[in-house]
Design a protein around this ligand. Structure first.
Ligand code: PRP
Ligand code: URA
Length: 242
């Protein structure tokens, strides 16, 4: 009951009739085969609503971001190669299963991408993680590369590239160029991202058609300062400092 005992409207589970269900803004359509948008479930939209809200405090921003990151990592892992793997159950029957094939590593685009590292570690124990420090210029939005530290055998690994915000695409493109310069094949890179702009997706998917992107949402566009709209503001500031 709401304050004053006024009845509240309950919304939600699938057994509600269509005209009782809430409507919500869902991700824009994507026209690229190599870009996968997470299913726009009520749960995902509710999590995104928490992190987009300007009044959400840092502890909640971190908690709900982490939940979305976990969904992205779980979906991202579905795009890695598997081989058949039969196992025998305790009742003596065979289950025709699967097993991951190959080595992986994470690479975070610092600073904000580091926020996605724990979600990857939670799913892939002891995963190796490299770093690329790229910062966007506040005025021009042009990315600048400062530093990278990557596993020496990265060319033999599947790379999960981590950055929550995908605005112009400049930072992600620069990071992929670093990875390619170390011998990582384009089709061995998977870019995991929370919120993308249509402009960023187009730039990136056109330039790297064999690289897969998994994102939670493609937003309306960019504002005059190249921030994603409606977006969530500056992810790094909200996760680490505000
Ligand atoms: C943000 C974000 C991306 C980049 C996206 O990082 O985490 O790396 O901007 O913008 P783009 O697609 O136009 O390149 P920022 O450089 O602000 O640094 P931060 O991670 O320290 O916040
Ligand atoms: N970086 C962010 O953190 N947010 C944006 O909207 C764009 C770049």
């Amino acid at each position: 009951m709401a304050p004053g005992n006024a009845p509240t409207q309950t919304v939600g589970p699938v057994f509600k009739s269509l005209d009782e269900k809430p409507t919500a803004t869902v991700s824009s359509e994507v026209g690229y085969d190599n870009v996968r948008v997470l299913p726009q479930t009520p749960q995902l939209i509710a999590l995104l609503s928490m992190i987009r809200n300007k009044d959400t405090e840092r502890a909640d921003f971190i908690f709900y971001s982490n939940r979305i990151i976990r969904l992205l990592v779980e979906e991202g892992l579905n795009h890695l190669p598997v081989i058949e793997h039969d196992v025998v159950t305790p009742v003596g029957r065979t289950y025709n299963g699967l097993m991951f094939q190959g080595k992986i590593c994470g690479v975070s685009i610092m600073r904000a991408g580091e926020a996605m590292e724990q979600g990857l570690r939670d799913c892939c124990r002891s995963v190796r993680i490299g770093k690329i420090l790229i910062q966007r210029d506040d005025e021009t939005a042009q990315p600048k590369l400062f530093y990278d530290k990557l596993p020496e055998d990265i060319a033999q690994r599947w790379v999960l590239l981590l950055d929550p915000m995908f605005a112009t695409g400049g930072s992600a493109i620069m990071a992929v160029e670093v990875l390619k310069s170390r011998g990582v094949p384009e089709d061995h890179i998977l870019f995991l991202n929370l919120i993308a702009s249509p402009e960023g997706v187009k730039n990136f998917a056109t330039k790297f058609p064999r690289l897969k992107v998994v994102t939670a949402f493609i937003d309306e566009g960019l504002d005059e300062k190249n921030y994603i709209v409606p977006g969530l503001g500056d992810f790094g500031d909200r996760f680490y400092t505000i």
